[in-house]
Design a protein around this ligand. Structure first.
Ligand code: SAM
Length: 462
């Protein structure tokens, strides 16, 4: 390994912009690979294990324990390298598709390696869960060639809006919006809406939701709450007839979104899974891969094997996808309690589960609901829970929720995770409460990106 350019002032380290020649080592969590420069770790994006690259430093400092860099020139290419389908899937450009330069088979190998490494490092477990390919259903209209390349699978696309009103995506670890003309991982239904071909000045973000048939498309434009009326209110550009249009407000990523207001058509879309129909309002949570809902439902049911008459908890239940599957499995003699924090998702779930015997939806933060339940059972007989589904957001369930779930002593917990690090941390916490990892499956529900989805089964230690 050699430094292509001298290190920065006083030998403290290269500043951002400096070029390094790097031998690229193993893949790491988060879409980059690990290299070393003068003994220091460099996380390199747009590279592949085994490559030799010239990389531009993007973040560095004398005190930093590691640096970040983007590979800008490949000096020796990996056999796994392919030409990215997207013109903005490159260094300093769109931050979304970090693995488009790897073949789909290689992407799955990289994700498998990351999951293995995270489970080993954070949970102390040596588990192999080869990331499984998931077919894009024919209803998405994606060509078999595109599907095989990891393209044309995303049914929900949230664009950011730049200062000129153009749609695009944020650059990696930057606020800057990189405009796009056409996102190749989006389904044809999303692409055919032609939203990037219009100008959205004054809007903050625009989400296209096209579950299957294009006549069920919904466009949700979001603005800051202070830009709602009068001269500050932005204008909506024309959207193809047939698509529903709604607006909402957003204060920021950790704030609850404002109400969804109908402009044309409906404020929701319909998702069909295993013969059931689910209504999902606005840009509310639903898996973005059209094969995901079915694959994850099957994996959860396979892991838990819920029996008629059992009591189930579905934590972080969204619009009730897994609640419905659990309710069908435990039957009329069983019961399922869903817990969800987003008021709109709760309203959707209550509609979606209407007429389903034994299913109830509780609105509130999971931890508070579980603590309330524990306090109530101190005064009366404890309500037994046989099986639990945990499907938290990216940050994971965390120690408090894990402890509260373990305290219920369910016979099985199915943990659905979109972040291997959060999963591994929570699995380690479960171990401290006497629960062991029994099975782990992983699915490639986000091709072209470093993301994956996993389903873990935890059971009490014998
Ligand atoms: C990954 S989604 C899972 C949704 C659902 N299980 C599904 O498969 O469609 C996570 C859900 O957790 C909800 N959520 C996030 N934090 C929460 C919390 N602290 N308490 C309750 N729900 C929460 C979100 O609103 C979202 O619906």
């Amino acid at each position: 390994m050699s430094g292509a350019e001298p290190v920065g002032a006083h030998g403290a380290g290269p500043g951002p912009g400096a070029l390094l020649e790097l031998e690229v080592g193993p893949v790491a969590h988060g879409g980059h690979c690990v290299a070393r420069h003068e003994g220091r770790v460099v996380f390199v994006r747009h590279a592949l294990p085994g490559e030799r690259v010239r990389a531009r430093v993007t973040e560095a400092g004398a005190e930093a324990s590691f640096w970040r860099a983007d590979a800008v020139e490949v000096l020796e290419a990996s056999p796994d390298r392919v030409e990215p389908a997207c013109p903005v899937a490159g260094p300093g450009l769109c931050g979304g598709c970090d693995w488009q330069h790897a073949s789909p088979q290689a992407q799955r190998r990289l994700k498998t390696a990351v999951l293995h490494e995270q489970m080993q490092r954070l949970a102390g477990l040596d588990v192999d869960a080869p990331v499984e390919e998931v077919a894009v259903p024919a209803s998405a209209g994606t060509s078999p060639q595109d599907a095989a390349r990891g393209l044309g699978w995303r049914t929900r696309v949230a664009y950011a809006v730049d200062g000129a009103g153009r749609l695009g995506f944020r650059a990696h670890r930057e606020h800057r919006v990189v405009p796009v003309e056409r996102c190749p991982i989006a389904t044809p239904g999303v692409v055919d809406l032609g939203l990037p071909q219009r100008r959205w000045a004054g809007w903050q973000s625009v989400e296209a939701v096209v579950p299957g048939a294009a006549d069920d498309a919904l466009v949700v434009a979001s603005r800051r709450p202070d830009r709602t009326t009068g001269r500050g209110a932005p204008r909506l550009p024309a959207v193809p007839a047939g698509a529903s249009v709604a607006t909402t407000t957003s204060r920021g990523p950790r704030q609850p979104p404002g109400p969804v207001t109908r402009v044309r058509g409906r404020t929701w879309v319909r998702e069909e899974v295993r013969g059931r129909s689910f209504r999902v309002t606005g840009a509310g949570f639903w898996q973005v891969h059209p094969g995901a809902a079915e694959v994850l439902t099957d994996a959860v049911l396979e892991a838990l094997a819920p029996q008629p008459g059992e009591a189930a908890l579905d934590l972080y239940s969204g619009a009730g996808l897994l609640t419905a599957a659990l309710a069908d499995a435990v039957g009329e003699s069983g019961r399922v309690t869903a817990v969800e924090g987003d008021a709109r998702a709760v309203a959707d779930a209550r509609r979606n589960l209407h007429g389903t015997p034994g299913a109830e939806v509780v609105h509130g933060p999971v931890q508070r609901v579980l603590e309330g339940r524990a306090a109530a059972t101190e005064e009366g007989p404890a309500q037994p829970v046989d099986v639990v589904v945990l499907d938290p957001p990216r940050t994971g369930a965390r120690a408090g929720v894990v402890a509260a779930v373990a305290a219920l002593r369910p016979r099985a917990v199915a943990y659905v995770a979109c972040d291997p690090a959060a999963l591994a941390r929570d699995v380690a916490t479960f171990a401290g409460h006497g629960y062991e990892l029994r099975t782990l499956r992983a699915f490639d529900l986000f091709p072209s990106t470093h993301h994956l989805e996993a389903v873990a089964l935890l059971e009490p230690r014998a």
